[in-house]
Design a protein around this ligand. Sequence first.
Ligand SMILES: Cc1ncc(COP(=O)(O)O)c(C=O)c1O
Length: 471
Amino acid sequence: MRYSDLGHWSARAGEWATRYYATLKDRPVRSNSVPGEFAALIPSMPPELPEPMENIFADFERLVPDAMTHWQHPRFLAYFPANAAPASILAEHLANSMSCNCMLWQASPAASELEGRMIEWLRGAVGLPSHFTGLIHDTATTATICAVLTMRERTLRWAGNSQGLQGQNTIRIYASGENHSSIDKAVRIAGIGDRNLLKIPTNENLAMNPDKLRIAIGRDIDAGLQPAGVVICVGGTANGACDNVAEIIKVAKSFDLYCHVDAAWAGSAMICPEFRNIWKGVEGADSLVMNPHKWIGAQLDCSIQFLSDPGPQRKTLGLRPEYLETDTEFEVVDYSEMTIPLGRRFRALKLWFVLRAYGLEGLRTMMRNHVAWVRKVERMFRDDPEFEVISSSPLALFAFRFNPGNGDPDELTRRLCNLINDDGRIFLTRASCRGSTVIRVAAGTFECTEDDVMQAYLVTKELSATLGAAG
Ligand SMILES: Cc1ncc(COP(=O)(O)O)c(C=O)c1O
């Protein structure tokens, strides 16, 4: 295949995509593929000689889609969404066509400058003050690793970078147990260690208890340990838990600790002013991550980290050998100096396309619908005596369990979740909350409708009848 064939094959891919989306509702949401089944269809060695694209494309159509779980399916109600707007899919096609490495300003000026502009657009859209700048990472995990590394180095006065961690004071990081596992991963990668990530107990509402945070930090100081930062949860993965951002920042700042807010999922909803009370006080944070790839439709991968001062992160992660110098008399931003990889994709393009193609108002309407429909389906579960709603969030997420009164609710809930996902009409995932096994319902795909979300109750109720009767 040659570059001159791209027009033909892009058109074929476009036709395939249009058909895929037109018939997506007819597919089971979660693939019923069993482990090893797909790999067995692929030869164990690569071909020595070129194959015609016609054959490769035909194999894709024949083999791949049936062995995928369909994240854009309107009845994908599992995990958190990773929604992809059609305008984003188009922008990715264009970015992929140019295939540039956006590591430095000089390496792709439009990409660097559009990234800056998109950070400004999003900053205003979610109501953050103008002192925040930032960058676009691949994922929230990367943003959090960058923030935790910055916490470490800032508190060590960058001695970890220059001398290594051996012989340094023991760093302590604080978060609640409602945070995502990416915080645990960041702490490991930063060489801080699991036991130095203190999981501060939460209150009844699943928010970190600020008094317990203050006591834990004080104890650590008395013990000669070195508190470095707090990771604040806004929209926890299992239950949508939100810390009281203002109160936690107040405690952290009284000890001069660095504050990173993980709003990977909930952050997108902050384009709707009426939801912003869940992160009240966020303007005091040093760092904050939100994923437009979860709910704004700028598909994976697109995660924004806002920084109140990019200096400490740049000092932690930036390196500038001569081969990476941009020779210009003007001031330019080289975003790779604030993250881990050098190579960077052109992620700003899809945000630009999405924000223009739907407008903030179009995106708000989509999210408000998701939230209203999830609230409605949550009420259906609440009104049914066989189900218990165990956690609820102000956004498009809640969790329930099946408790018909004739068996172990954890076991019944697990079996019900498997039945639902084997059935294929909807896809839901499990979590644990307040000591119970729960099933989460989270809506957010781009074209899901009220009827799609209602299926969460209707399908669950239908399938639970067999389970309840069997005991
Ligand atoms: C609250 C929260 N933080 C972080 C992450 C990790 O996101 P990513 O896949 O972008 O690393 C998730 C993933 O769902 C999440 O829910």
